[in-house]
Write a protein that binds this ligand. Structure first.
Ligand code: ASP
Length: 440
């Protein structure tokens, strides 16, 4: 049995947090490979080291005075080092960083130093080997995407003879050696990549919550936790705005069938949430989770006999494509087709899209509605339960929410509901109540 453990920024924000992390790692010798983020916020109004680095580098790039900002970053690490009682000096590291900032080595390089330095500190504290992610995680110079093949080869070879190691998250290198980062929150991806390359049994992702919640706690008081969720369910929920884990972190481990366990550094005895490929385990409730987003427009196109006109859908969508607008969702009826788009992307191009649809399909009518929200109700349990859509309808009717659209995906894994922005919270509460609070 072996595990990769990734710790987020809040888990490594200061020396006290570092001590909790070390205790967690030492409590289980299977926790062999450790992926740290950069130090996060110590309190609500604090600044993450990654953001400090971006700001500092921007100053350097504009030829401004950045030394003070760099000093403040150095102090954050020094505080951790002193708090842990370590005899470690980052003096040379900071000299190199200073030189590279002056040479304008790039924003990605700058941001990556947060994880790099935290990795050095954590490795020293744990007595583990430090492996620079630039030597084992690679991006392709063609399109800048992650080079899975090369990474797997080099990283698995590197980890083979290595019992314990710290590999900083968030970055890797391009073929010439230039540093490149993943998008924000990308240490989750590194954890998944290391788990895949090492072929471990579990990828533990330690953060500051005890797993995924069934619904957003800003809308529902004390929502219950999701115990087990499948990769597919999670994908549906995160696409709709639920965040705990970086979306792209799912893919590397999913290929190997390695489960992810989301855990809480501040409550290490909590079981957290398990993310798995498939499970025979019934979910506790019919639904696994609810998520949603506000700020959509719907464009409904109606035309008699539309369903027998070959290429109708494609022609409507090409009017959006021509304006560079991606669509979010597209339910259709017999003679109508509705396209949901992000309002802020759409608004400026509205008339051009409408003209394009007229040109492409000569519709009878086009109706546009704005200020809409989409809610996804997701759950593997829906497949074997009758009447889920009906229950949603009646719960929403009872709460006086007008349902603009309801669409059940063919996988029976999700139901998407469109409501007015103003009804968004009420609708989520109504759905949560009926499926979770009053579940039988
Ligand atoms: N430190 C980076 C960020 O703040 C990456 C990460 O934490 O995963 O986005």
């Amino acid at each position: 049995m072996s595990k990769v453990v990734k710790f987020g920024g809040s888990s490594l924000a200061d020396a006290k947090q570092f001590m909790k992390v070390a205790e967690i790692i030492r409590a289980d010798e299977n926790r062999r490979y450790v992926v740290p983020s950069a130090p996060g916020k110590r309190f609500a109004k604090d600044t993450k080291v990654t953001d400090m680095l971006y700001a500092c580098y921007d100053l350097a790039e504009q030829g401004g005075e950045y030394k003070e900002a760099l000093k403040a970053i150095k102090e954050r690490y020094q505080e951790i080092i002193d708090g842990l009682g370590l005899k470690l000096s980052l003096k040379e590291e900071f000299e190199v960083i200073d030189e590279n900032f002056a040479k304008k080595a790039g924003r990605d390089y700058a941001a990556s130093r947060g994880e790099y330095l935290n990795g050095i500190v954590l490795a020293a504290y744990l007595g583990f080997e430090f492996i620079d992610a630039a030597d084992v995680i690679f991006f392709s110079d063609k399109d800048g995407t992650w080079d899975g093949e090369k990474t797997r080869q080099v990283l698995s070879r590197r980890l083979k003879g290595c019992k314990n190691a710290v590999i900083p998250g968030f970055y890797g290198s391009l073929p010439g050696g230039k540093i490149k980062t993943f998008s924000r929150g990308g240490s989750d991806i590194t954890g998944s990549i290391v788990a895949q390359a090492a072929g471990v049994d579990v990828y533990e992702n330690w953060t500051d919550v005890s797993g995924f919640l069934i619904a957003d706690p800003r809308i529902i008081d004390n929502p219950r936790k999701i115990e087990v969720i499948t990769y597919r369910e999670l994908r549906e929920l995160s696409y709709m705005g639920a965040t705990v884990l970086h979306e792209d972190a799912i893919f590397p481990v999913r290929q190997e069938g390695i489960p992810i366990n989301i855990r809480n550094t501040n409550a290490p005895d909590d079981e957290g949430t398990w993310i798995v490929g498939s499970t025979g385990q019934k979910s506790k409730y019919v639904i696994t989770g609810i998520a949603g987003k506000k700020g959509f427009c719907s464009v409904s196109v109606e035309k008699d006999m539309m369903n027998s006109e070959i290429g109708f859908g494609r022609k409507v969508l090409s009017a959006f494509e021509e304006q560079g607008i991606s669509f979010e969702h597209m339910p259709s009826g017999i003679d109508t087709l509705t396209v949901f788009v992000h309002q802020d992307e759409f608004i400026d191009k509205e008339q051009k899209v409408v003209a394009g649809i007229h040109r492409n399909v000569r519709p009878d009518t086009i109706e546009i509605e704005s200020d809409l929200a989409l809610i996804a109700v997701v759950g593997r349990g829906m497949k074997s339960t009758r009447g889920t859509a009906g229950r949603i309808f009646s719960a929403l009717a009872h709460s006086n929410v007008n349902v603009k659209m309801i669409d059940q995906g063919s996988s029976e894994l999700n139901i998407i509901i469109g409501v007015d922005n103003k009804d968004f919270e009420t609708a989520i509460r109504a759905i949560y109540d009926i499926f979770v609070l009053t579940a039988i």
